[in-house]
Design a protein around this ligand. Sequence first.
Ligand SMILES: Cc1ncc(COP(=O)(O)O)c(C=O)c1O
Length: 442
Amino acid sequence: MTGEQFNAAQRAQSIIEKTKSSRERYARAQRFLAGGVSSGLRRGARPYPLYFRSGKGSQVTDVDGNNYLDYGLAWGPLMLGHSPTQVTKAIKSQAEKGLTFGAQHDLEIEVSELMARIIPCADQVCFANSGTEIVQVALRLARAATGRQKYLKFEGHYHGWDDSVLVSIHPTREEIESSHGTPIPVGKGQRAHDGVLVAEWNNPASVQELFASRGDEISAVICEPMLCNSGCIPPEPGFLEFLRQITRQHQSLLIFDEVITGFRLHLAGAQGLYGVTPDLATYAKAIGSGVAVSALAGRAEFMSLIATGAVVHAGTLNGNPIALAAVKATLQALANKNSASYEELKNRSDRLRSGLVTLLHSKGHKVVSSGHGAVFQLTFMEKPARNYRETMEADKSMYSDFALALLDEGILVLPDGRWYVSFAHSDEDIRTTLLAVQKVVA
Ligand SMILES: Cc1ncc(COP(=O)(O)O)c(C=O)c1O
C-alpha cells in the first residue's frame, strides 16, 4: 500500500472493515489453492482479492453483501452485463438436453453460420475453449500455410499464456536494456522461444526492418488491432492498412487477435470498425458472455488446412453444446442491437470517460484516456501513449490508489486502468459513478 493519494490508507481500512468475509476466505483459500486465486493477475487486487456471490446487469455483490457497479466485467467477457437472461436461459435449456456429446450437434452449424454473417474475414470458423488455445491454432495454421517458422508480434500485446507468445508483454526498462532486442519471457520455466520477432506498435519502420531482414521466415503478423492490454492504444491512421499491405507483399498472414475487441468495438469487431480485413481472427471473452469458449474465423484458403486434416485442431470440449448455446444467445442478442445501439453504448462510455478526465483535471491531476467505445484506459500521465514504451511513463501507483478509493465508493475497476462498459450499464450508472469519483477526488 502506498497510502499517498486519494486517502488510500484510510480507504483500505474502510474496505477491510466491510469485507471481512472476503478476507477470511482469501486466507483459507491459500491453504490448498496455489496463491489463493485461479489466475495470477487476480492476486494484484487491493487490499486483497474479494469473493463474489452474485452478479446481475452492471452490478456485482460480494460475500459480505456489498454491491459494486462493475467496470471490470470479468476482464472483458460480460458485454451484455452479468448473467444476461437470454444467455442463462439458453445454457439452462441446453444443460437439460446434454452437457456434451463429443460429437456433432445443430448449434455448431447455427453458430458458424451466424459468425460467418457477422465477421468480415469469416469464410469458416472453428472452436476451442480459451483465447490462449485459439491463438495457437491461428499460429499453427500460419506456419502450415507458409512453411515458415517465425511470427511477428508487437511489444505490449498479449496473446495468452502459452510459452510461444508470452514474451515482451510488459518488460521493465532493465529487462529491455539487457535483452538487446531479443524477446523477453515473462516468467520462469518458459521454453526459450526463437520463433518470435518483436516490433513496436504504430511504428511501420520497425516492421519494415524485420521484413527486410527476415521476411522469408515470417509466417504471420499477429496484433491486438487496438492495443487493449497496454493502454487501449488505437492503431494510428493507416497502420493496420500498412500491416495488411506488407503481409500481402511478403505472403505472410495477418492475424487480428480480437479476444478483447471482438463484438466490443463494433459488432464486427476491430475489422468492422477499422475496415481492414485480416486473414485470420481470434475470439474469446465476449463471444460467450462468460462461458469457456473461443473461436477462430478465417479465409477459406487457410481454414481449408483444418478442413482437410493437414493441420491438427483437436479438443475434447471444442464446440461443446453448453458453450455454443451461450455463444448463439450472445451473438443473437448483439446482432439484434443495430448500429445505433452500439453508437449509444459508445456515447455512454464516452460520457463516462470525459467525466472522469474532467473531474480529475479539475483537481490538477495529469490524466489521459484512450480507447474506443466500450473499452478505454485511464492513465495518470501527461500525453496519450503511442506504444507500450510510452505507457511506462504512467504513474501506476497513483492509479492503484484511485482504484482503491473507487472500490470503497462501490465502483469496481481493474487494477491496470482499463475500463469495460457493457450494454447493461445505464445512464444512471454513469451518473452514480461520476458522483462517486467526485467524492474520491474531493
Ligand atoms: C488479446 C488477448 N488475446 C488472448 C488472450 C488469452 O485469452 P484467455 O485468457 O481466454 O486464454 C487474452 C486474455 O486476456 C487477450 O486479452
